[in-house]
Design a binder for this molecule. Structure first.
Ligand code: SF4
Length: 246
């Protein structure tokens, strides 16, 4: 995202309380040469806001680790989808001998600096070879980071479901997604941008948030039929319904 658009997004959201800025969307955030500068600027402009990252850690060299530890970042979640090298390679094309040491070094630097960055590792459980790999993963990481999380693999476009899931979705009720070009979409699962309601370069975030109201309303009622990308998504299939705008 260009710097002027980033500034616009920050300015548009300055009156919203309790924000968490996630400085990535469909990209690996460590490819962003302005990442630590963005974190610092968020913290200066919005001292009460939190900043979070999700990364696969493949680019987390020592220099970047040191800069992130001192940046004001609140939470970093590492997407590490395997304990076995074969699983990691199948899931994300990554090497264990790169990713694991990068995360361990970050966790050590963070601890040594007394930094408050919360370090989480997260694995999509369906990608594991078997239950032994899940146990090995947990046993290895729970002594080395702040939290170990297992999540589920969801279906999303371009995959199709035989029938849309009839369940409410909480994801867009309190989250807003701005792509690098400024287009605002309903959900981070919308790879193709089919749910775009306008561009943050032209409209305020408040206007765009209100444009998404009909989608949020349908999703609160559990109606994903004929709605892209939601009709192809089975995330939150077990969520209980809500009935009014919050
Ligand atoms: S139903 Fe799926 S695609 Fe739609 S908003 Fe929820 S998580 Fe995103």
């Amino acid at each position: 995202m260009s710097w002027d658009l980033f500034e616009k997004v920050l300015a548009d959201s300055r009156h919203w309380e309790g924000l968490v800025y996630r400085l990535y969307l469909l990209n690996e955030p460590l490819t962003d040469p302005m990442l630590t500068k963005r974190i610092a600027v968020v913290k200066v402009r919005q001292p009460k806001a939190a900043v979070e990252l999700h990364s696969n850690a493949s680019l987390l060299n020592e220099d970047l680790a040191e800069r992130l530890v001192g940046s004001g970042l609140d939470t970093i979640r590492f997407s590490v989808d395997g304990f076995a090298q074969g699983t990691l390679r199948r899931a994300r094309g990554l090497r264990k001998r790169t990713v694991y040491p990068n995360i361990l070094r970050f966790a050590q630097l963070n601890r040594r600096a007394g930094s408050p960055v919360k370090v989480v590792v997260r694995m999509i459980r369906q990608l594991a070879r078997d239950s032994d790999e899940l146990a090995e993963y947990r046993e290895f990481w729970e002594r080395r980071v702040d939290e170990v999380v297992f999540t589920d693999l969801y279906s999303c476009p371009p995959h199709r479901l035989a029938e849309p899931v009839l369940a409410p979705c909480p994801k867009p009720q309190h989250e807003m997604f701005v792509r690098a070009d400024g287009s605002v979409i309903l959900c981070c699962w919308d790879w193709l941008g089919v749910s775009c309601v306008g561009n943050a370069r032209e409209y305020s975030l408040e206007v765009l948030w209100h444009r998404l109201f009909p989608c949020r309303q349908r999703l609160r009622a559990g109606n994903r039929t004929s709605m892209q990308p939601c009709s192809a998504c089975h995330a939150y299939a077990g969520v209980a319904g809500q009935t009014s705008e919050s």
